[in-house]
Design a protein around this ligand. Structure first.
Ligand SMILES: *[C@@H]1O[C@H](CO)[C@@H](O)[C@H](O)[C@H]1NC(C)=O
Ligand SMILES: *[C@@H]1O[C@H](CO)[C@@H](O)[C@H](O)[C@H]1NC(C)=O
Ligand SMILES: *[C@@H]1O[C@H](CO)[C@@H](O)[C@H](O)[C@H]1NC(C)=O
Ligand SMILES: *[C@@H]1O[C@H](CO)[C@@H](O)[C@H](O)[C@H]1NC(C)=O
Ligand SMILES: *[C@@H]1O[C@H](CO)[C@@H](O)[C@H](O)[C@H]1NC(C)=O
Length: 409
């Protein structure tokens, strides 16, 4: 967890150093909406409730607040305009060890406040993303796990949409742990177009536990895409949040975070990170460190306005695995949506020249069997016969080699 979040939690649970000097525990709340799980975020300090500045808030930070309030999953972070007033602002530089919590929050004048919305009826637990995990639903103030048998793909579509994620990509029992008691005792019967799981029809299933391995575990796809390029693996990077696809601005992005995006889209290696200058207005600003730490793009996004946006190219059909850089590794090629390893005997230096060029690297410097691990099945069953000047490996001539595995090494 990020230091800021940890501090916020300590602050809100009253065990901060600051509580020595104030009589009441400090607190956190959401106000102004019918439910206590949505509204303007306020933090109490020395008997005064004060809103928090919108600046630099991500869904990842909001998730900690929602969880702390037992409000399920974070679904939105919004800017609330207000006349200029004093609000809490978090200092970016105060989270080193030894800094006092009180030093992290300061009152500064601002014209924006933070609105948070948590989804108080459905959540996915035990994963590193808000878009995947073990399913739980809340009713009568109590969270219940759901058994696989009571939840199908149409139900999953509703949950993924409700959470603001992409469509479901995997639905499997116990993928994120076993069901905890209590267990939901109805079978969901969604049509798929409902806007909330608890709006779906359901019928009694009289279950009181799920058998081992049968807790509903769901993975929704992350709402990330590349648009306007030659394939789905190249173009302007866009992220959907609050129902809106927006481009991502340049914020010191290098090939490393780009590689995370390419891999996430199952698009091979990152080949280039470019910029497009245009008047865009609203974009997402995404901290590359947040992406490299393994957080989904959507959870790292801050609303921003900018006129330079990211354009990424991934290699699409070729990748190098297990290497220490984007220019080395065990070779794999993709066809029919499937990655295959390649045997040394089917690949020579001229073929390597094409791959290195395709990946935007310099000429090949070493080509040797099993340098980066053994081949994983499936294995590519053609011998590449590149002339060396083709622009992509899959454009080269090839002949059948009828191999179904590479011998060791
Ligand atoms: C400060 O927090 C500690 C730990 O929760 C608690 O035991 C103590 O009573 C608190 N002090 C005050 C003054 O609230
Ligand atoms: C923010 O929340 C307040 C309630 O605290 C509400 O009145 C306002 O409409 C919300 N604004 C936005 C932009 O969500
Ligand atoms: C924004 O938040 C992140 C994560 O908490 C932090 O690392 C960064 O320094 C903050 N940026 C600013 C300008 O406050
Ligand atoms: C989360 O994981 C813990 C153990 O790691 C498990 O006890 C719990 O049932 C899991 N929750 C869900 C909803 O899958
Ligand atoms: C990568 O390494 C793992 C084990 O470290 C191995 O199983 C796998 O086959 C390797 N992949 C390639 C393409 O070399």
């Amino acid at each position: 967890m990020d230091h800021l979040l940890l501090l916020l939690l300590l602050w809100s649970s009253g065990i901060s150093e600051r509580n020595q000097s104030s009589a009441e525990p400090d607190e956190v709340r959401l106000v102004g909406k019918a439910s206590h799980c949505g509204g303007t975020l306020e933090i109490k300090h020395v008997r005064e409730w004060t809103p928090v500045d919108f600046y630099n808030w991500t869904l990842k930070k909001a998730a900690v607040v929602c969880e702390h309030l037992d409000c399920g999953s974070a679904v939105s972070v919004q800017e609330r305009k207000s006349p200029r007033r004093l609000v809490w602002s978090f200092r970016p530089d105060c989270f080193q060890s030894g800094s006092k919590l009180g030093d992290c929050l300061r009152l500064l004048p601002s014209t924006t406040m933070l609105n948070l919305t948590c989804l108080d009826s459905v959540r996915l637990l035990n994963s590193s993303s808000l878009c995947s995990g073990g399913l739980q639903v809340k009713s009568n103030q109590r969270w219940s796990s759901v058994c696989e048998a009571d939840f199908d793909l149409q139900d999953a579509e509703v949950v993924c949409r409700e959470l603001g994620c992409g469509p479901p990509s995997l639905l499997r029992g116990a993928l994120y742990g076993e069901a905890e008691a209590p267990v939901w005792s109805r079978e969901f019967q969604c049509g798929g177009h409902e806007s909330a799981l608890l709006d779906c029809r359901s019928s009694g299933s009289a279950r009181s536990s799920c058998s081992p391995g049968k807790a509903a575990g769901l993975t929704c796809s992350e709402p990330v895409r590349l648009v306007g390029g030659a394939s789905r693996c190249a173009g302007t990077l866009e992220v959907k949040h609050l129902g809106e696809w927006r481009p991502v601005d340049d914020n010191g992005w290098t090939m490393k975070p780009a590689a995370v995006v390419c891999e996430h889209l199952d698009c091979g290696s990152a080949v280039s990170v470019g910029l497009i200058f245009k008047s865009y207005g609203s974009v997402w600003r995404i901290n590359p460190d947040c992406v490299q730490s393994g957080s989904p793009l959507r959870e790292c996004a801050i609303s921003w306005s900018s006129s330079s946006i990211l354009d990424l190219t991934c290699s699409d059909s070729v990748r190098l695995l297990n290497g220490s850089s984007l220019c080395s590794g065990g070779l794999q090629v993709k066809s029919n949506q499937r990655w295959s390893s390649v045997c040394e005997a089917d690949f020579d230096l001229q073929d390597a020249e094409v791959v290195c060029r395709e990946l935007g690297c310099g000429p090949p410097s070493l080509l040797r069997g099993a340098l980066y691990g053994e081949a994983e099945a499936p294995v590519w069953s053609r011998e590449f016969q590149c002339g060396g000047h083709e622009s992509a490996l899959l454009d080269c001539r090839s002949s059948g080699s009828a191999r179904s595995s590479c011998s060791p090494g």
